[in-house]
Design a protein around this ligand. Structure first.
Ligand SMILES: [Zn+2]
Length: 136
């Protein structure tokens, strides 16, 4: 019987590959992405000589977790593995939302163009008064 779902599944194959090979590749790619986030975090920490979690860590965490969840739901189908990745993506996504909100809320000094914290009242570089939140 010929089946076609979303144009990628046909006769037990996904993108022209055997289903098992496809999901094994996804599983190993998820492993590589999930593991690489620790190398990224370690490198950033060594470079700054203080514990640092770069934004790339959260992107790699989100991508790896979603790939593991997809693998678990579509291939492994064991409730322990599915549960292990069912909710981990939530804090990764939340950290990304908070990061980009904070980044977009930063204030730019009109005097010296220094980028300052959203909560800063005065420029950390030249001491000029920064605009209040919500003001241009
Ligand atoms: Zn300034």
């Amino acid at each position: 019987m010929h089946t076609q779902t979303l144009g990628i599944l046909a006769d037990g194959q996904i993108l022209g590959m055997d289903r098992e090979i496809f999901w094994t590749m996804i599983g190993w790619l998820a492993n590589a992405i999930f593991t690489s986030r620790f190398l990224v975090q370690w490198y950033a920490t060594e470079k700054r000589k203080e514990v640092t979690v770069p934004v790339l860590f959260w992107w790699l965490s989100l991508a790896g977790a979603l790939m593991f969840l997809s693998y678990a739901v579509n291939y492994d189908r064991h409730h322990v593995f599915i549960f292990a990745y069912a909710f981990t993506w939530i804090p990764y996504l939340r950290n990304l939302v908070i990061h980009y909100r904070h980044k977009n809320a930063q204030k730019v000094c009109a005097q010296c163009s220094q980028t300052c914290s959203p909560k800063a009242i005065y420029c950390q570089s030249c001491g000029a008064k920064l605009p209040e939140p919500g003001m241009a």
